[in-house]
Design a protein around this ligand. Sequence first.
Ligand code: HEC
Ligand code: HEC
Length: 189
Amino acid sequence: MRKGVLAVALFWFSGAATAALDIEVLARTCNNCHGVSGVSVGQSMPSIGGLPREYLKTVMKQWKYDERGAATMNRIVKGFSDDEIDALAVYFSKKRWVPVPQGVGAKLLARGKGVISENCEDCHGLTGSDPDEDAPKINGQWAKYMQLELEKYRDDGFLMPHRKMKRTARKMNPADVPAAAHYYGAQRK
Ligand code: HEC
Ligand code: HEC
């Protein structure tokens, strides 16, 4: 009887240890593109460490189930189970959000601030650090990446399921796109 309980306990512990190890291994496969702890060093690659869990989970499942267009991520998440996606979302949401320092000229900054206080602040906050529940942090996210994403939202033929974000992006004057992206990219807090 005692032995049986011990065997079950050992089995349970080793199972838990394996699961913990697997998520580390799986998360390490993201480093090449998203950087160590999800802090990206490439301008067109987003940082993902410290983004809200719900957002991480939602976008990865949308890619898995072909509800969201992508250049790369749809192929990457296809092989993951829903449990693995949930575990990755928890893992990266627990990392620290690290804004990347990015320089921007005064003129572009002023234009970006104007656009954002009029069209974006309600949902993202003026600096992008205090977003609505279903939106990611974007303060200090790479400006180049954000510009690419905004073009996806603006493209009628590109599948992006968030209707309000799509509608807002499509209303933007083309020259306001880089301005807004650089303004949010330059925010440290
Ligand atoms: C080969 C490069 C590459 C690898 C490896 C990779 N990603 Fe990505 N990731 C991208 C690109 C590119 C995008 C932008 C969306 C797109 O077009 O695919 C992105 C976007 C994302 C986003 C959206 C970020 C945002 O702010 O909206 C999440 C979340 C994400 N990846 C998670 C992961 C996770 C978790 C892994 C590891 C399991 C991973 N990625 C591995 C290239 C990669
Ligand atoms: C109605 C609320 C709302 C408004 C207004 C809004 N956004 Fe968004 N934004 C969101 C949500 C929610 C998402 C995530 C949507 C998704 O899942 O695709 C998002 C996504 C983004 C992204 C992609 C971030 C990433 O990590 O991939 C950028 C960049 C962005 N918004 C910039 C802007 C700018 C610039 C404006 C103003 C011109 C704006 N948004 C206005 C809610 C909003």
